[in-house]
Structure formats: C-alpha cells, structure tokens
Design a protein around this ligand. Structure first.
Ligand code: FES
Ligand SMILES: [Fe+2]
Length: 407
C-alpha cells in the first residue's frame, strides 16, 4: 500500500487544522481545563509535523506515539520499511559464490521475504524471494544455487541477478517475458562483517555509517570474534521507541545504574550528533579500562571507556576496550520489543572490567525502568515531556528524525 494511503487512515484534515507545532493544540480550551474535566480526559491523537529544533523549547513525542495502533502502523511503513536493517550472520551463511540465504526483512514486524546470495562473480545480491508467476516462496532453506533460482511450483527459473530465465508451457503468451517477470532487486551494503538491506532507503547507507567508521575505524572490527555465550535476546514489555529514548541519554545512569555510575564520569559524559546517527562518549572515572586511541585520533588524550553509537532508528554499536556489544531493537507489538544482544570479542583479557563489565545487568535495569515508562505514557494525564538541553540531546535528535520521516 502506498505510504500516502496509510497516513490518510489516521491523519484527518480536521486534526491537522487543530495543530500548531507538532501536536494537538490545546490553547483554545486550555490544558488545565482538560486536566480537571474528567469527561475530557483523553490523550491527544497522534498527529505530527516536526519536533521544535531548539531543544530549550522543544517537547518530546506525545504519549500517543508509544501507545496508538496508528503510531505503530506509521513507524512500520514510514520509518522501518525505509531504514537499513542488519541481516544477521549473513557473512557466515553467504560466504562463497552460489551461497544463498532466505530471510524476512524484519521477523514478525515487516515480513517481506527476501533472498541474500553471492552470484558466480562473488557479488553479494539481495532480491525478492517471491516467484513472479503465482507468488510461491522461491528458496525455503539456506544452500547452494548452482542451477540458478528454480521455483518448485511450476518450474519458473531465474538467473542469480534475479532476471527471468525460462519457464515451461509459455507458448501463446503475449508480451512475455517482461520486466515484471524479474525479481525485484533490493539494495544490499556491507560495513565490516555486517550486511544490511533496505526495502526503500530514505537515506544513504554511506552517510549512516560514516561517522562511526571515522571514530572507531582504528579497531579491527572484522576480526572481533562472535561470542555466542555472551549473546542473548531480551523481551521488553515496552514500545521500541521508549527503549531507544532510554538508550539515548546518560541522564539516568546515577539513578538507574548504580554499578555503572562507579566507572563512568557522569559530568564528562557527552553526546555527539551526526546526520542519521549519534554517539555517546563515556569517560572513565578512574582513567582505567579505556581505549588506547592512536595518535591523531580526534579524541586522542581522553580516557574513553565506551563509545555508544546509535544508528537510526534501532541499531546500537557499543564499543568497549574488550570489543563490541551490538544491540538490535525489533518491534513485535505496540508494547512488546525484542532486543538482541550480540557480543564480539576483541581482547578477552579486558572482559568483565570498566563500563562494559556487566552489560546484562545494565540491560535488566534499563528494561525495568522502560516498562514503567510504557505504563506511564498510557496515562490520560501524560501528554508529552521536555528535554534537558545538557543531558537529552540524543533523545531530541531521535525525535526529530522520527518526525522527519513520518511527517
Ligand atoms: S509460482 Fe513459481 S512457477 Fe508458479
Ligand atoms: Fe541505561
């Protein structure tokens, strides 16, 4: 369905006319009246233009963003379908020419059947995994495709570049084959060992990863060793964006993460904003367990315990002196989110120390607070919040990017 149609389901003209900057305008009746009149106690509908760019005046996304089915449909189509998503473990399964791996773009959220493969020239390709005849899934299991792609229903064949090749019993067909008979090609990009695809990218991949590469390019990330024992999935009973909101500020560290607060210098904690990503830079309190930054690095001389990169909208690359903790946040339902932690070890002797000592405990502390926020944002008394200009620049950045894609 075209995105415009989806939006028209819930963005009515009347609602637009009642809004000023971003959200519903209560100036005519006044927010105080609404708060004191039980008959009118209801959250404002989810209507968006933009978040105020000046953080000193800006208000956060409204509670309805995290709680309305319309919001869920909106960010599924307007944000996630147009974002870059990681195809996990693709490097292992699609390593040699003719290797192929079927997958869904985002499991249980955007179930678009796709096929990742290496062609005879070793080029990585991604395409629709749906037969252009009557719609059967083409490749059902990972494996080799030395005979090309062959549909198991009526024998339609495709080349590894997705072009139609042949089909039995086509005598008498007119205007056949045509472009519609080829498999739609999907953009595929690689950063180090990680492979990403996008159904319809709203921003260039290179722009998305450039600042992370500039900052941590000195690390041999492609040689980090995946550690299954340190990797696990968490189910969080909250909206995906609340999880990201929480991730994007260190404001809560002294209140929520007492252990982490002993190793990070909260006063020196900072956020740097980029086009489609940002990074929180954790400065070590004691100057120990820090990166050995090369001379000439833009942060050379600083005692950095962790680089927390967030790539819009839902991927976090947390670098520590021991390696990388990768977090992928996947919406399942309006108030249910799967967060996958994947550990890649660089220097095992530094595990268990510093800011990245116990990412599991920090995660569970975050979950507890985020689940409480989910309940709170459902309240008819909660409308929206405000940003601390010093502490919540990352959250403000996120909310601006959200509204930029949804508006
Ligand atoms: S559905 Fe694939 S050949 Fe018929
Ligand atoms: Fe946290």
């Amino acid at each position: 369905m075209p995105t415009r149609d989806i939006r028209s389901l819930f963005f009515s003209k009347k609602e637009h006319s009642n809004t000023t900057f971003g959200f519903q305008n209560f100036s005519s009746s006044g927010p105080r009246e609404l708060r004191t009149n039980p008959a009118l106690l209801i959250q404002p509908s989810f209507v968006m233009y933009q978040i105020e760019p000046d953080i000193r005046r800006a208000t956060t996304l409204p509670g309805a963003f995290y709680n309305s089915p319309e919001g869920f449909a909106s960010y599924r189509e307007q944000i996630f379908a147009r974002s870059w998503q990681m195809v996990t473990h693709a490097e292992e399964l699609v390593k040699l020419p003719f290797d192929a791996m079927p997958f869904q773009f985002m499991d249980k959220f955007i179930e678009e059947p796709l096929l990742l493969l290496r062609d005879a020239d070793n080029t990585l390709r991604c395409m629709s995994n749906v037969c252009t005849h009557r719609g059967k899934i083409l490749v059902e299991h990972p494996g080799k495709l030395e005979r090309g792609i062959v549909c198991g229903y009526h024998g339609r064949r495709f080349l590894l570049n997705g072009n139609f090749a042949a089909m039995p019993e086509t005598e008498g067909m007119e205007n056949f084959p045509c472009a519609d008979d080829n498999l739609t090609q999907i953009p595929v990009r690689q950063w180090r060992q990680f492979v990403f695809t996008s159904l319809a990218p709203a921003f260039p991949f290179e722009d998305w990863v450039a600042d992370m590469e500039r900052k941590i390019g000195f690390m041999p990330v492609e040689h980090f060793r995946f550690d299954a024992a340190r990797s696990r999935d968490y189910l969080v009973k909250a909206n995906w964006a609340l999880y990201c909101d929480n991730y994007l500020e260190g404001f809560h560290i002294p209140f929520v993460h007492k252990g982490l607060a002993t190793s990070l210098d909260w006063g020196a904690y900072r956020t740097e904003l980029f086009n489609w990503s940002n990074v929180q830079v954790g400065i070590s309190k004691g100057g120990e367990d820090v990166f050995d930054l090369p001379a000439g690095h833009e942060d050379y001389g600083q005692v950095i315990a962790g680089y927390y990169f967030w790539l819009f909208p839902n991927i976090m690359f947390n670098f520590y002196p021991w390696g990388l903790s990768l977090n992928i946040v996947r919406p399942l339902q309006l108030d249910l989110t799967k967060v996958s932690f994947r550990a890649y070890v660089w220097d095992a002797s530094k595990l268990g120390r510093g800011a990245g000592a116990d990412v599991d405990l920090v995660e569970r502390e975050d979950e507890a607070v985020v689940e409480q926020v989910q309940i709170g944002t459902r309240s008819r008394f909660y409308r929206h919040g405000r940003f601390s200009p010093k502490q919540e620049r990352g959250v403000h950045h996120f909310h601006q990017l959200v509204t930029r894609l949804i508006s």
